[in-house]
Design a protein around this ligand. Structure first.
Ligand code: PRP
Length: 306
């Protein structure tokens, strides 16, 4: 907490030096300072036209052409610093938001960094569910979430709170079970662990506090990010289809809002343009072809406004 207060003081001092005392300040967005999430966030902002140059290991960066300052922080501090008002928005994991119990809103899901938080035990353990972990030792980086989950099941455990390498704690003899993030499951397999019970699913999110500092710029950021996030999930599909089959085709590809239908020279036919989820595209193309559609073309999109 002392560190947090010092940090906010530092931010405000820098701001006072840069601007008149009562002048408006830029919108501040907190970004992970290192690791994979840092790269993901920078790439996403770049695609959304939020351009910046960060000096190596620098704490701050200005965004060109927009009243935005970026602040590079530990990913797990971002929810708390947003709730305290040191930053107005931030990119972090929804798992960390839940753990921090911070009073902030999730403005949007960024469609990446998906993982699960789960109780895990040795492969050969007889334990059948999390309630049976009452009075056991559990190593985790998520003590608050774990405690709450167990309390809801009238169980209580000795929690060993750690900031990493949780997966080896059973082997080290200091825990009977762990609560850890699972993405591909390879860490569990390598340590001969299995999922006992899932606590929840999480992903990378954009958060915002309720202080409403520069809502116009905040909304611009959200719209820009939405354009990229939606585009990553969808492709544009174009095809020709007999008019008599149009209703069936629209059932296969209902679109984000609704398909665009244009007339063709041959009045019996029409052409359709529609957004389709990338994961559904192959099956949709096969079904359209079976229906009698032709000239079916998928075009990836990199940005959109819907
Ligand atoms: C996370 C998590 C698991 C691992 C899960 O660790 O704590 O250990 O990823 O991913 P998987 O299911 O794809 O193997 P991270 O790499 O972030 O480092 P940490 O152990 O220091 O937390």
């Amino acid at each position: 907490m002392v560190l947090l207060v010092k940090f906010i003081h530092q931010l405000n001092t820098i701001e006072r030096r840069a601007k008149p005392l009562d002048g408006p300040r830029n919108l501040r967005i907190g970004l992970p300072s290192k690791g994979r999430l840092s790269e993901i966030a920078s790439e996403l902002l770049g695609q959304a036209g939020i351009k910046f140059r960060r000096q190596s290991r620098g704490l701050f960066a200005k965004v060109s052409g927009l009243p935005i300052d970026l602040v590079f922080l530990r990913t797990d501090d971002i929810p708390t610093l947003c709730a305290e008002g040191a930053i107005d928005m931030g990119i972090t994991g929804s798992d960390l938001v839940e753990e921090a119990g911070a009073d902030i809103a999730v403005r949007m899901k960024l469609g990446m960094g998906r993982c699960r938080l789960a109780f895990c035990v040795p492969d050969d353990s007889d334990i059948a569910n999390a309630s049976q972990l009452d009075q056991s030792r559990i190593a985790t980086s998520f003590p608050a979430v774990t405690r709450r989950y167990l309390a809801d099941r009238q169980a209580e455990a000795h929690l060993v709170a750690l900031s990493g390498s949780v997966e080896v704690m059973i082997q080290l003899g200091i825990a009977d079970a762990i609560v850890d993030l699972v993405e591909t499951g390879s860490t569990l397999a390598a340590n001969r662990l299995r999922i006992l019970e899932e606590i929840g699913s999480y992903e990378t999110v954009l958060i915002q506090n309720d202080r409403n500092h520069d809502p116009v710029t905040a909304d611009r950021v959200v719209r820009r990010l939405e354009g990229v996030v939606i585009a990553r999930d969808y492709s544009l599909l174009e095809y020709n289809v007999p008019r008599a089959k149009l209703a069936d085709a629209e059932e296969i590809t209902p679109g984000f809002n609704s398909p665009t239908v244009n007339a063709l020279e041959d009045e019996q036919w029409c052409s359709v343009r529609v957004m389709v989820k990338r994961k559904d595209i192959i099956e949709a193309m096969e079904r359209l072809e079976t229906l009698g559609a032709s000239a079916i073309i998928e075009t990836p999109i990199s940005n959109c406004r819907l």
